[in-house]
Design a protein around this ligand. Structure first.
Ligand code: ADP
Ligand code: GN1
Ligand code: MG
Length: 380
C-alpha cells in the first residue's frame, strides 16, 4: 500500500498569503494590505502586517502563527500573556519610555484566532522605532537589556493569583533536559550520534553541574518567582534613537521559574562574541566587559528583591543555561531537528558546538566573573 503523501510545505508566497488572510480575523484599524516575514525567532512564524488607513497612513501590526507543536495548550498560553501584559501595562510608569506588549483582539474579542487549518494566530501592536539584536554591538545594550528583564521580574512580583500556567513543563529543569538527551542518545532515532561524539562526551562530562540550582531550590534557598525564561537578547526591543529598552517581548514562556534562569540566558545570548550558530569556534568567547554590563544592569533593577543566594549564583547561572541550551540543540540534532527551526543540514549541531565552546570560555573565566559579581554586590 502506498504511504500517504506528506503535506506540501507552503512556499514563502503562500505563507505570506496565509498570514494576510489570518490578519483579517483581528480588529485592525484598516484592511491589511501586505504581510512579510519578520525577525529571526526559532519558534513561531512571525509577520509584519501593513495596513493603510483611510487617511493614507501606513499602520503596522505584528502577527504570529503560534507553534502548536511546542505549545500544546494555546488557551492557557494566551491566558498567561493576556494577564501578564495587562499587569505590566498597569505597573509601568506612564511616559517612562518603556511599554508592555499590547494584544489586538480578534473579531470576537478573543486573544487569539484559529484559521481554517486549526492553526492559532495572535496579533500585537507593532513597536515602531525600535529593534532587536541577534548579536550585541555595544556594552550599553547589555546593560539596558539586563535592566529591562530585571524590571520585568519586579513588575510581575505582585501578579494576582492564580499561579501562571506552565506553558512548557520543566522548561529549565536541567536534570530533565539531561535525561531527555540521554534517552535520545540511547534511541538515536536519526542515526546521528556517531557524528556528534565529541559533543556527546562534552555533555556527559558536565552532568554534575545540572542539579546545582535545582537542589538549592528544593532546599528552599532559591525562591520561585515569575520569570521570563527566554531572555535572549533578541527578546527585548531597543529604541533606534536612544538605545534604551522599549519593550520586553516573546512572552510565551513567562511562568514560574528561578530568577537565575533569566540572568543565565542573558549571559548566554549577550556575552558571546560570535553569533549563536557561528561555526568559527575561535570567535566564540564570553566577553568580560559584556558580562560586567549585564551584572550591573540586572542588579540596578533586581537588587532590591533578590536574595543573597540568588546573587551568589549569578556567575554560575550563565554557565548552566549556556550548557542547557547547548544540550537542547544537541538533543534536537540527535532527534532529527524536530524542535528548533533550522536553515541548513547540521544547523543544530553547529549551534550545540558553538554553545559548548561558550561554556568552555565561561568556565575559564568563572573565578573572574564571580569576583566581578561579588564586587558589584558589595558596592551598590
Ligand atoms: P519567537 O518566539 O519565534 O522568537 P518572537 O516573539 O521573539 O518570536 O518574535 C520574533 C521577532 O519579531 C522578535 O525578535 C522581534 O524582532 C520581532 N517582534 C516581536 N514582537 C514585536 C512587536 N510587537 N513589534 C515589533 N517587532 C516585534
Ligand atoms: C528559542 O523563541 P526564541 O527564538 O526566542 C527557545 C529558547 C532558546 C532559544 C535559543 C520556547 O527562543 O528556549 O533558548 O531559542 N524558545 C523556546 O536561541 O523553546
Ligand atoms: Mg524570540
Amino acid at each position: 500500500m502506498l504511504s500517504p503523501q506528506p503535506p506540501a510545505v507552503p512556499g514563502p508566497d503562500e505563507r505570506a498569503a496565509q498570514a494576510l488572510r489570518a490578519a483579517t480575523r483581528f480588529q485592525l484599524d484598516a484592511p491589511p494590505m501586505q504581510a512579510a516575514p519578520h525577525g529571526s525567532g526559532h519558534i513561531n512564524d512571525t509577520f509584519a502586517v501593513t495596513c493603510r488607513t483611510a487617511s493614507g497612513q501606513a499602520r503596522r501590526y505584528l502577527l504570529q502563527r503560534i507553534n502548536g507543536r511546542i505549545f500544546r495548550d494555546i488557551p492557557a498560553l494566551m491566558d498567561n500573556i493576556a494577564r501578564v501584559t495587562r499587569h505590566a501595562r498597569a505597573r509601568l510608569p506612564a511616559g517612562g519610555g518603556e511599554r508592555a506588549l499590547t494584544l489586538i483582539p480578534d473579531r470576537e474579542g478573543a486573544a487569539f484566532a484559529r484559521d481554517e487549518t486549526g492553526a492559532a494566530w495572535r496579533c500585537y501592536d507593532f513597536i515602531d522605532g525600535a529593534r532587536t539584536y541577534d548579536l550585541l554591538e555595544r556594552p550599553e545594550q547589555a546593560r539596558e537589556a539586563a535592566a529591562a528583564f530585571g524590571r520585568f521580574q519586579g513588575l510581575l512580583a505582585d501578579l494576582p493569583a492564580p499561579r501562571l500556567h506552565e506553558t512548557i513543563p520543566a522548561f529549565h529543569h536541567t536534570r530533565r533536559r539531561f535525561e531527555t538527551f540521554v534517552e535520545m542518545l540511547r534511541r538515536d532515532p536519526a542515526g546521528r550520534a556517531a557524528s556528534a561524539r565529541e559533543e556527546i562526551a562534552f555533555a556527559a562530562a558536565r552532568e554534575s553541574t545540572v542539579d546545582r540550582l535545582l537542589q538549592q531550590h528544593a532546599r528552599g534557598e532559591l525562591p520561585e518567582r515569575i520569570t521570563h525564561n527566554d531572555t535572549k537578547l533578541n527578546n527585548v526591543m531597543l529604541d533606534d534613537a536612544t538605545g534604551r529598552a522599549v519593550c520586553v517581548i516573546d512572552l510565551d514562556t513567562v511562568m514560574p521559574g528561578l530568577a537565575l534562569y533569566d540572568f543565565g540566558d542573558l549571559v548566554r545570548s549577550a556575552t558571546n562574541a560570535a553569533p549563536e550558530d557561528g561555526t568559527d569556534l575561535a570567535q566564540v568567547t564570553a566577553r568580560p566587559e559584556i558580562f560586567t554590563a549585564l551584572a550591573e544592569g540586572y542588579l540596578s533593577t533586581a537588587r532590591d528583591f533578590l536574595c543573597p543566594a540568588e546573587i551568589a549564583e549569578l556567575a554560575f547561572s550563565g554557565r548552566l543555561i549556556t550548557f542547557e541550551i547547548g544540550l537542547r540543540f544537541l538533543t534536537d540534532f540527535l532527534e532529527g531537528d524536530v524542535y528548533f527551526k533550522t536553515k541548513r543540514p547540521g544547523h543544530n549541531l553547529d549551534r550545540a558546538r558553538n554553545q559548548f565552546a561558550l561554556v568552555r570560555s565561561l568556565e575559564a573565566q568563572q573565578d573572574a566573573f564571580q569576583r566581578r559579581v561579588d564586587h558589584l554586590a558589595a558596592h551598590p
